[in-house]
Design a protein around this ligand. Structure first.
Ligand SMILES: C[C@H](N)C(=O)N[C@@H](CCC(=O)O)C(=O)O
Ligand SMILES: [Mg+2]
Length: 364
């Protein structure tokens, strides 16, 4: 099975409600889709969102990196030489993690198809079902409480509550949601770098003293502020998770050595794909550190790839934030991973099991 072409498309899907974080507000998913074609007629699928504020990637850079750098290296490559192809993708250009992730997952998709097995089985197997949280966008307190109650009514038992705006209002936001969903849902916070280290310690102590039990707090401070992350981790009971501070294995090793965080959020768009996600999971497993698997604003192509990784690495990936498809107004991707509210299941189809994508606009 040899690679004969790599085609690109754009997939746009409106969100049910605007997605609001300390970093940005978004109304629709707008992602580059990668289709890797082979001489056997098999198709491998990948997807990359342009999350400029986190990864630095924009549509133009993703498209050009794939078209002009990655694709020429991959044409003619044999899918069974997976490790060689991974080295080509990872080594041919610095950074550009979302572009690398999209192409790499399409190659993994084909590799698993060549064995006629679902991807998670080729990655080591596991129980093909997960439960995801859902994001509650940062907003007026009443709106966030209403959104949280809606989410609980729709079966979600873990809420990822976005904060990181005004510290005083953030404390009130969390207290109001905690009281509204009391006992019915676990709450994890994501400040998306919006607080200083001192603000984070102040807010978390206030919440802890008020009896608010949080599962974790994600990326309270700027991505580069590892000392700040460590300062918080040492002072609060609530577990601290690194998201924007941790991209690839190198950052994870640094965070572990510094003891700067308790948990790592693995996202394919930060790692540059499945191969580094697996390395991070293995490093964390070795150091008895838990991981979350997360996503950007992604549809169910790339989120399906993350689901397969999470299932195969379930010993260490114990937390799941794969709510991209749940945030969408509809699911245009026909795929063997089924997203039904908080419940995610994988079917028996080979690879990622993508069979069609409604509304895909071809770029070439
Ligand atoms: C969508 C997911 N629940 C999430 O919150 N992901 C990111 C932000 C993604 C984005 O801005 O596109 C996160 O910070 O965890
Ligand atoms: Mg985050």
């Amino acid at each position: 099975m040899k690679i004969t072409d790599i085609r690109l498309g754009m997939l746009r899907v409106p969100l049910k409600t605007p997605f609001k974080t300390a970093l940005r507000t978004v109304n629709q998913i707008e992602d580059v889709v990668v289709v890797v074609e082979t001489d056997t007629g098999h198709l491998g699928y990948g997807e990359a969102p342009a999350t400029a504020v986190i990864t630095g990637d924009i549509h133009g850079s993703i498209i050009e990196a794939i078209r002009t750098v990655i694709k020429p290296k991959l044409l003619g490559q044999e899918i069974s030489d997976l490790n060689h192809i991974i080295r080509l993708i990872q080594g041919c250009i610095m950074k550009n993690y979302s572009a690398k992730a999209a192409v790499e997952m399409a190659v993994y998709d084909l590799f698993a198809q060549s064995y006629q097995a679902p991807l998670y089985k080729v990655l080591g197997g596991g129980v093909p079902r997960l439960t995801t949280d859902i994001t509650i966008s940062v907003d007026y307190i009443d709106k966030m409480v209403a959104d949280s109650l809606d989410a609980v009514a729709n079966g979600f038992e873990t809420l990822k509550v976005k904060v990181g705006k005004d510290i005083g209002v953030d404390i009130e936001r969390v207290k109001a949601i905690y009281n509204a969903v009391a006992g019915k849902a676990l709450i994890r916070l994501d400040a998306n770098q919006g607080w200083t280290a001192k603000e984070a310690v102040y807010a978390l102590h206030k919440l802890e003293d008020a009896g608010v039990r949080l599962e974790l707090v994600e990326q309270p401070v700027k991505y580069y502020d590892l000392e700040g992350l460590k300062y918080i981790t040492e002072r609060v009971h609530t577990p601290v998770m690194a998201d924007e501070s941790s991209f690839g294995p190198r950052e994870v090793i640094e965070l572990i050595k510094m003891r700067a965080a308790d948990i790592i959020n693995i996202k394919l768009m930060k790692t540059g794909g499945i191969s580094n996600a697996i390395k991070i999971a293995d490093i964390c497993s070795f150091y008895d550190m838990q991981c979350m698997i997360g996503c950007m604003l992604e549809s169910s192509i790339s989120v399906a790839a993350a689901v397969h990784v999470a299932v195969a690495k379930a010993d260490v990936i114990t937390k799941v934030d794969l709510d991209g498809p749940s945030l969408c107004a509809f699911n245009p991707v026909h795929c063997s991973v089924n997203f039904n509210g908080p419940d995610i299941t994988i079917g028996d189809a080979p690879g990622l099991g993508v069979t069609a994508i409604d509304g895909l606009e071809w770029l070439n």
